[in-house]
Design a protein around this ligand. Structure first.
Ligand code: G6D
Length: 346
């Protein structure tokens, strides 16, 4: 295992470092202090050609120009909170609305735009970089002084692990995610139409035109949301179902079945033979096929376009605070939070 770091830029006089992790087989993971953001995930194709398969920039300025959360750590609460309002222990809270009449991804200038403090742990068969952030009481309207640690690990089993740990001195909400966008071809001029996606989920979250879950968990049977067997992502682009859901692709949460004998999700790109197997301790995976791409800085010499990548966001169901059957996103005062997601790089 190898670790090194290199300067990636400065914000308000503070150096932003890019941390590189490499295992003995040549797999690499790179993460920057800004937003605890994954910038590179380098893995081989079936011919042994290594390429970066996550959307990311090689400079800080471009990260500051985009609002698509490229590779960022998202929180306090991933996904939308309806009307940005919730009640905890009899107290009503109102968050700033940064997505129409809702709050998305923890509100404006949240985890994704903070400079986290990194520390490294090197072992013989794994290297971890832990990024720490303190979110003060009242940040974006959330209660509690929240201490968060996001740990990225690369090991010799070709696993990329993401661990979230947190404590708060007051009861609050917490549902982070890694907003990693993948294109397993390693060529960001190609779209992800041909990627095969499999998710062990019998029910998906219906969404409103503004992206907020309606609260309905609909059966996937006989729809393009049935990903229990591998399905080409392009099926969603042409489908009337997703047109009815008004999103020109997937932007939906999938409630996981948690079958012990099945993986939660598998993304495969047939031409290169690259695939990622995902298992998470959360109850959901949100799939976003970059339907809104078009205004971000270019990744190549061509303008960025929709469907150039697919975001796989392991988390609890979005807007869970408003739907009892969506799972728990309440972090009680002084409770120790820990959740892990494993991405097996095949
Ligand atoms: C859009 O609706 C989508 C979100 O799901 C995504 O996370 C964001 O763009 C980057 O708001």
């Amino acid at each position: 295992m190898k670790y090194w770091r290199q300067e990636f830029g400065t914000i308000n006089g503070q150096t932003v470092w890019q941390h590189w992790l490499e295992n003995s087989q040549g797999y690499q993971l790179a993460v920057i202090d800004y937003g605890a953001t994954i910038t590179n995930l380098v893995m081989p194709d079936k011919a042994g050609q290594f390429k970066n398969v996550v959307i990311g920039y090689d400079n800080l300025a471009d990260y500051l120009k985009q609002e698509a959360y490229f590779g960022a750590t998202v929180g306090r609460v991933a996904g939308r909170i309806g009307k940005g309002a919730f009640t905890l222990d009899g107290h009503d809270y109102q968050l700033p609305l940064n997505n129409g009449e809702n709050t998305n991804h923890g509100g404006p200038n949240s985890f994704e735009s903070q400079v986290w403090q990194a520390s490294v742990e090197e072992q013989a068969d794994a290297i971890s970089v832990t990024f720490k952030l303190t979110s003060p009481d009242g940040a974006n309207g959330f209660p509690g002084n929240l201490s968060v640690a996001t740990t990225y690990t690369l090991n010799e089993k070709n696993e990329w692990l993401v661990d979230y740990q947190a404590t708060s001195d007051q009861t609050t909400l917490f549902n982070p995610t890694c907003h990693v966008y993948l294109n397993l071809t390693g060529d960001f001029d190609q779209l992800v139409d041909g990627h095969q996606l499999q998710i062990d989920s019998d029910r998906f979250g219906e969404i409103q035109p503004d992206g907020l879950p309606t609260g309905q968990l609909l059966p996937v049977d006989q729809t393009v949301f049935d990903l229990r067997q591998p399905r080409a992502i392009a099926d969603a682009f042409a489908s009337q179902e997703t047109q009815n859901q008004l999103v020109n692709g997937y932007d939906h949460p999938f409630l996981l079945n948690k079958n012990a004998d099945r993986n939660d999700a598998i993304l495969t790109e047939p031409t290169s033979g690259r695939s990622l197997t995902i298992n998470t301790e959360g109850n959901a995976i949100v799939i976003y096929t970059a339907n809104g791409f078009g205004s971000e800085p270019n990744l190549t010499d061509k303008a960025i376009q929709p469907h150039e990548a697919v975001a796989i966001e392991a988390q609890m169901m979005p807007d869970a605070i408003h739907h009892a059957d969506f799972g728990n996103v309440i972090l009680k005062a002084n409770e120790q939070y820990h959740r892990q997601t494993c991405y097996k790089l095949n």
